[in-house]
Structures are given as C-alpha cells and as structure tokens.
Design a protein around this ligand. Structure first.
Ligand code: GLN
Length: 188
C-alpha cells in the first residue's frame, strides 16, 4: 500500500518510519495533487489550528473534505477529523461523528505514557500523550477502541481512525499496521 503523511506541520518523519516498519510505502504529502496516488492518508500530531491555517492556504481543507481516502489522525490529526470541537463553531474536516475536547488531560500531566488495551489489536499499545485531546461523545456508528480514566482516546468510524495519543513517538507501530492492513487494504 502507498500511504501519505500530510506534511504541512507536526510529527511527519515518525509516521513515515512506522509505515515502512509495517512493510508499506510511505510518502510525504505537501501538495493536493499528490493525494491521487495514495491508498491512505495519515494526519499527524502537531497543532491543529496551525495545521488548519496551512490546509486552507494549500487547498487541503476542501480537497480532504471531498476525499474518499481512508484517514488516520493522531492527536491534532484526530481534532482535524472530528465533526465537532468543544468551544468551536465548526469542525475542520468533519469526517468522524465525534466531539472532541482539546488539551484535555490537564496541565500538571501535560505528557504521560501508558500501555493501553486497544480493541482489534492483540497486545497492549505503548501510548504517549502530549497536550492530548480526548473524545467527549460519539455517534452510534463510531466504535470506541480505547479509554483512559473513562476518557475515550481511540475511535474508528468505517475507514477513519482517530487516536488521542502518539504511537509514532514510540517503537510500537501496531496501530499503523492495523490502519494499513485492516482499513486501507480492505478498502481497495
Ligand atoms: N494540543 C494540540 C492541538 O490542540 C494537539 C497536541 C498534539 O498533537 N500533540 O492541536
């Protein structure tokens, strides 16, 4: 499979490494025209309002709203996929029927690591949370894959996968492999 990583801002290289470790081809995506060659797209972590500004500037907001590609968003990427963001009038790409809260794990624990159970993945996943959002509510068609302290941190809706944390900052590429093999490959 050929998987793109949106490379406007954020943790791009780390995702490319996980795509390659999963046994697939990873490419950076900086121009809208590059979307046509892909089987799936990763929206990395970073800062969602900055990413949105750059997406508007380079034409990605409209192109991705219309795109049929399977997408996997981590952290800021999850915020981009959400239908609703607490305190905002409108979501960004609005691909997933969920509502998210930004920076929701509190200041004193801005960053932490945890080993999580994630539905669909056999072993625990090593997760790093950095100024992470969490998912406040989901519609019926959204499957909850993981929770931390009663907060939803991983969801899937059809060909969209949204994760609060950063698997790409660890050596654990199980979620990337799941996205590519269970979601992208089966979408062909
Ligand atoms: N706090 C960031 C935002 O709201 C997301 C943090 C991250 O991607 N590590 O966009």
């Amino acid at each position: 499979m050929k998987i793109g990583v949106l490379a406007l801002q954020g943790a791009v290289r780390e995702h490319l490494k996980h795509i390659v470790l999963s046994g697939h081809e990873g490419v950076t995506v900086k121009r809208v025209e590059e979307l046509a060659a892909l089987d799936g797209l990763v929206l990395p972590g970073g800062e969602s309002t900055t990413m949105r500004r750059l997406m508007d500037l380079y034409g990605f907001t409209e192109a991705l709203r219309q795109s049929e590609l399977p997408m996997y968003g981590t952290c800021a990427g999850l915020i981009l996929l959400a239908q609703d963001i607490e305190g905002y009038e409108e979501g960004h790409l609005k691909k997933m029927n969920i509502k998210v809260r930004r920076n929701s794990f509190g200041r004193q624990v801005d960053s932490f690591e945890a080993d999580l159970e994630v539905k669909g993945i056999e072993e625990q996943v090593n997760a790093v949370f950095i100024r992470a959002p969490h998912i406040l509510s989901v519609a019926d068609e959204v499957e909850v894959l993981s929770e931390v302290d009663d907060k939803i941190v991983a969801v899937r809706q059809d060909k969209y996968l949204g994760i609060s944390f950063h698997p790409e900052l660890t050596d654990d590429y199980k979620i990337m492999k799941y996205f590519i093999e269970e979601m992208v490959a089966k979408n062909q």
